[in-house]
Design a protein around this ligand. Structure first.
Ligand code: HEM
Length: 386
């Protein structure tokens, strides 16, 4: 990733207009930080500007809302995602991790993705939301359909064609998700439980409940947002270890290095590689005049290798300090699930390293990579261990 994202920054940076996709791009740390720090100028809500707006209006979630609605809705669930609230889930996450390993540990090999890093986050978020984790085959299909292109290798030069094709798939997927959650909502209205869906049904903003559609969209976001990303964080960890076997040995000898190592993995192989914003007024960035209503892509994964911010950015250094990477974004939309993703990755890797020896990538079998415009990571990663 270092070479690829550095080449991108050096070829097109700091600001460029993508003719094919009709959007702007920024690649450096300061510019990505600017995009995420000023929601009045750089809105997350493209609906006033993009053509499909009307039929998609109802799908809006906190991810594409601006203040004040963004703040009001986000605050309804932040409590569930604080490190303190999540600490109570540590034992449960460890139990799920151990169950998953029980099923494969005797074999001495597994696909780290299918057997381990995919099921873990989906089971955890299902339990938080209050949906049966047995339905996870469906959740996986929906998650994949939202972000993955099975058809072609997507590059920044064929994004427009790709996006047009994806719209139909995303529309169908969202409608299936809403149908699914509508049934659960009806059940929880009658019989609330201790789960996020019941919390959202009971929540009020200025004395008003959320609309059914707001709750459906929120549920869909929570179910989808943290799946492939967290799966890839664990998969990307294995790839970083494969390239840097000494770091794996150091962590095995000193497991308390793990949290800091996870931050470096997030910097080096960010599972989500970009964020998008829309200009609400004419702005000038590095002498480029960008008119109102334009989409700007901020390449967080490229910013994570900006030498102005990260000395020797090509070095994978698990003790890098400071390490203000942008893998979870920044500002008011900073990833809601970051504490959960960090906790899941830490527990999963701790237990994996504890229960296996000589864990390494199986070089006799190929890796497959996720095809996506905004996700980076393996979708198949065979490993062996004793
Ligand atoms: C937002 C990345 C895990 C839920 C974001 C954003 C990024 C991101 C970059 C900011 C988007 C923007 O500024 O436009 C990641 C990565 C993850 C991860 C790399 C794993 C390693 C999770 C998990 C959840 C989650 C586990 C839990 C449900 C969300 C939500 C938002 C968000 C709800 C929207 C926040 C807002 O707009 O205020 N994520 N995420 N994410 N993430 Fe994550």
């Amino acid at each position: 990733p270092y070479e690829a994202f550095t080449a991108l920054r050096e070829t097109y940076g700091p600001v460029s207009y993508n003719q094919d996709g009709k959007f702007w791009e920024v690649f450096g740390y300061d510019n990505v930080l600017m995009l995420t720090s000023d929601p009045e100028t750089f809105s997350s809500d493209g609906s006033p500007f993009v053509e499909r707006a009307e039929s998609w209006e109802e799908d809006k979630t906190i991810l594409n809302l601006d203040p004040p609605r963004h703040r009001q809705l986000r605050s309804l669930v932040t409590q569930a995602f604080t490190p303190r609230a999540l600490a109570r889930m540590t034992a449960r996450i460890a139990a799920i991790t151990n169950d998953l390993l029980d099923q494969t540990i005797q074999r001495g090999e597994m696909d780290l993705i299918a057997d381990f890093s995919y099921p873990l986050p989906v089971i955890v978020i299902s339990e938080m939301l209050g949906v049966p984790s047995e339905d996870r085959a469906r959740f996986k299909k929906w998650s994949d359909d939202m972000v993955i292109s099975e058809y072609e290798d997507v590059t920044r030069d064929n994004l427009a064609a790709y996006n047009a094709r994806m719209q139909a798939v995303v529309r169908r997927t969202l409608d299936e998700l809403y149908d699914y959650f509508r049934v659960i909502l009806a059940q929880r209205r009658v019989l609330p439980r201790v789960d996020l869906i019941s919390d959202l049904l009971a929540a009020q903003i200025d004395g008003q409940s959320l609309t059914e559609q707001e709750i459906l969209s929120f549920c869909a976001l929570l179910l989808i947002a943290g799946n492939i990303t967290t799966t890839n964080l664990i998969g990307n960890t294995m790839l970083c270890f494969d390239e840097n076997p000494d770091t794996l040995e150091r962590i095995q000898a000193q497991p308390d290095l793990l949290p800091q190592a996870i931050e470096e993995i997030l910097r080096y192989r960010a599972p989500a590689i970009l964020i998008g914003r829309y200009t609400t007024r004419n702005v000038t960035i590095n002498e480029h005049i960008i008119p109102r209503g334009q989409m700007i892509i901020g390449w967080t994964a490229s910013a994570n290798f900006d030498p102005e911010q990260f000395p020797q950015p090509e070095r994978f250094d698990i003790e890098r300090t400071p390490n203000r990477h942008l893998a979870f974004g920044h500002g008011i939309h900073f990833c809601l699930g970051a504490p959960l993703a960090r906790l899941e990755a830490k527990i999963a890797l701790e237990i994996l390293l504890e229960r296996t020896q000589h864990l390494r990538r199986n070089h006799n079998q190929p890796i497959e990579t996720v095809h996506s415009t905004f996700i980076l990571g393996p979708r198949r990663l065979p490993v062996v261990f004793t």
